[in-house]
Design a protein around this ligand. Structure first.
Ligand SMILES: Cc1cc2nc3c(=O)[nH]c(=O)nc-3n(C[C@H](O)[C@H](O)[C@H](O)COP(=O)(O)O)c2cc1C
Length: 195
């Protein structure tokens, strides 16, 4: 409960590197998560330094493509601006972990019901792995940001990272350079129903 309450999305990081043993502990925590049919559909691609800069330059090109392609869609401007903001946070964080669903496929095509159920279960399993990682990082004194804005640079990132499954998201990791106030939560009564 301590780490659950202490974890907040961190959007400012110190330049300090993250110790390799700590990165490994965080990844091990992810690997210990439950998964549907024990498929363990996750794959983690950890990038730092030049490799991180390379991936994020590619992400920037993807965001520019999405800004152009989706400009007529209502509300897209704000979403793409938010994705560029996320990109600048990723540039500041010393470590970025891209997370792949190794059973997944590109999310922009129709799939049959069975494949959809499998994909939902695999996404849930990966969510459990990520939360384990965020909590372990919190325990070790690091800050994290869970990032889905990678979706606006999907094709570019998949190609650059050599992902053959589905790119799910990224996690930024580093020593926090802010102590944000907790974001509001819906009240207990709003979200819980006892029957
Ligand atoms: C699946 C998922 C995707 C997210 N994607 C982003 C993102 O791309 N950029 C960002 O700044 N925050 C992102 N967040 C962080 C949320 O905005 C944040 O968790 C939420 O506002 C609650 O704040 P807290 O994490 O500090 O409790 C994401 C969170 C989740 C769970």
């Amino acid at each position: 409960m301590k780490e659950i309450a202490a974890r907040h999305s961190i959007r400012k990081y110190k330049a300090e590197a993250v110790n390799k043993d700590d990165i490994n502990k965080i990844l091990e925590a992810g690997i210990l998560a439950p998964s549907a049919k024990n498929r363990q559909p996750w794959k983690f691609i950890v990038v730092e330094g030049d490799k991180k800069a390379e991936a994020l330059d590619v992400m920037e090109k993807g965001l520019e493509r999405s800004r152009e392609e989706l400009k007529e869609m209502p509300g897209m401007d704000a979403l793409i601006s938010d994705a560029f903001n996320t990109l600048s946070i990723m540039r500041e964080a010393p470590v970025v972990i891209f997370v792949e669903n190794s059973n997944g496929k590109i999310p922009f095509v129709d799939i049959n019901i069975n494949d959809r159920i499998t994909e939902i279960c695999d996404s849930l399993s990966i969510g459990a792995a990520i939360q384990n990682m965020l909590l372990t990082a919190t325990e070790l004194g690091y800050g994290t940001l869970w990032i889905a804005n990678t979706v606006y640079a999907y094709q570019e990132l998949v190609q650059c990272l050599g992902i053959s499954g589905q790119l799910i998201c990224a996690v930024a990791l580093g020593v926090p350079d802010e102590t944000p106030d907790p974001r509001p939560r819906k009240s207990f009564d709003e979200v819980v129903e006892f029957r």
